[in-house]
Design a protein around this ligand. Structure first.
Ligand code: URA
Length: 241
């Protein structure tokens, strides 16, 4: 059983294949521990990363994993794909096969977008980062085919109506860096959002690169196609970057 949140008695019952009455007995006899502390409450909440022992034998011990990857163009943000290399294929020897299988992608990038991709097995962390309520800013460096003008700034800030989904995008910050380059900051992730927003000006995106997600900034020393294990920030202020 892979769990995000569960009751201790239910977890032990399923994992050890014993009925709840026997689980209650184990707890009463102080034979169960959660994160090194003897557990007695049948309804104690546990999660995927709680270390659970019965009679000093480990019955659950999952390590939270947080990976930063520098995605190249041409690699797909999926766990499997018949045609293209996936971000999981790029992890190489960094993790075991079992660890790789436990990962999910935190905010996908298109096939022809490069830059920062985060992967984890901790869905509470990824939900915090991707929930629309969190409004975590994501920064992108965009190269355009045609010259930019100040007109774009207001249009991006106002938000754009996409009839296909019947939504108006949240306000987007556009910082013009040069005639053909801009930094775009999104707080949501609509389908092909950046390309479609520039498409309104008939200005094709010729390169798109994500540089950060909240406080997680692509390490400038991490070469294209390479990945590394990172530690996460627990302080909410740091988290938003
Ligand atoms: N917007 C896009 O158009 N593509 C991406 O990969 C990310 C944002």
């Amino acid at each position: 059983m892979s769990i995000n949140r569960a009751r201790l008695d239910r977890f032990i019952s399923e994992r050890c294949q014993i009925n709840r009455k026997k689980v209650r007995l184990l707890l009463a006899q102080k034979r169960v521990s959660v994160d090194g502390i003897i557990a007695t409450d049948i309804s104690q909440a546990i999660d995927k990363f709680s270390v659970i022992m019965v009679d000093n034998k480990i019955i659950q011990q999952n390590k939270p994993l947080y990976i930063m990857l520098h995605k190249p163009v041409g690699v797909v943000c999926a766990t499997t794909d018949e045609k293209h290399k996936t971000v999981i294929d790029l992890l190489g020897e960094l993790l075991t096969a079992e660890e790789k299988a436990s990962l999910h992608i935190v905010g996908r990038l298109d096939l022809n977008t490069s830059g920062l991709v985060l992967l984890t097995n901790d869905s509470r962390w990824s939900e915090q980062l991707t929930s629309p309520k969190s409004k975590v800013p994501k920064h992108y460096l965009v190269t355009l085919q045609n010259p930019l003008s100040n007109e774009y700034i207001q249009a991006f800030s106002n938000g754009m109506y996409f009839s296909y989904e019947n939504i108006t995008t949240k306000s987007v910050t556009l910082n013009i860096l040069s005639q053909h380059q801009a930094e775009v900051t999104l707080t949501e992730g609509r389908y092909h959002q950046i390309k479609r927003m520039f498409g309104r000006f008939n200005n094709p995106v010729i390169a798109l690169h994500r540089t950060s997600i909240g406080c997680y900034v692509l390490d400038e020393h991490l070469k294209t196609g390479k990945s590394k294990v990172i530690s996460i920030k627990n302080n909410r202020e740091e988290f938003w970057g």
